[in-house]
Design a protein around this ligand. Structure first.
Ligand SMILES: [Zn+2]
Length: 158
């Protein structure tokens, strides 16, 4: 069995600065799957960031390490739970909250623009920048709240 030349290491950091390693994986895909699965529990924990780091095996020091992705946890503009994960490098974001999954992404159709959406109502919109995208999602959250349909209470017939 050949050992991998590089490994993928997902981790999360709690509000108190404590870092939780989620394992060491030989494929990027597995590392992401493990991290995403873990982030679904975001609402049960006080998390502030997550990282996926690539380590080249047998390289001494910092040269062996590449940060693939860092995400920060914020309050979701739609459901208001602390489950909204933002990648500040790519400006993509997604809520990991149950019954929400609001998202923001660079538009693949119109480069330079930002797409956003909210799966429960198939809400989709394209805007100029991230500020606009966050504002749109916040408006959506306010409308839902006014209508008594907050996704933070999925038991109320949402
Ligand atoms: Zn949300």
């Amino acid at each position: 069995m050949s050992s991998p030349k590089r490994v993928f290491v997902p981790s999360v950091t709690e509000e108190n600065g404590n870092t939780i390693g989620l394992g060491v994986f030989s494929s990027e895909e597995t590392a992401w799957n493990v991290l995403r699965r873990f982030l679904r529990k975001s609402h049960l924990m006080a998390l502030k960031r997550s990282d996926v780091v690539i380590w080249d095996v047998d390289i001494v020091g910092e040269d062996g390490m590449t940060v693939l992705s860092s995400m920060h946890c914020r309050d979701c503009p739609v459901c208001a739970r602390r489950t909204f994960w933002i990648d500040l490098d790519t400006f993509s974001a997604m809520c990991t909250g149950v019954a929400c999954e609001a998202w923001i992404e660079d538009s693949t159709i119109e480069p330079g623009k930002i797409d956003l959406g909210w799966p429960p109502t198939r809400f989709l919109k394209r805007v100029e920048d991230v500020e606009d995208a966050l504002r749109e999602l916040k408006n959506l959250g306010a409308e839902l709240q006014a209508a008594g349909n907050t996704p933070s209470e999925p038991s109320h017939g949402f």
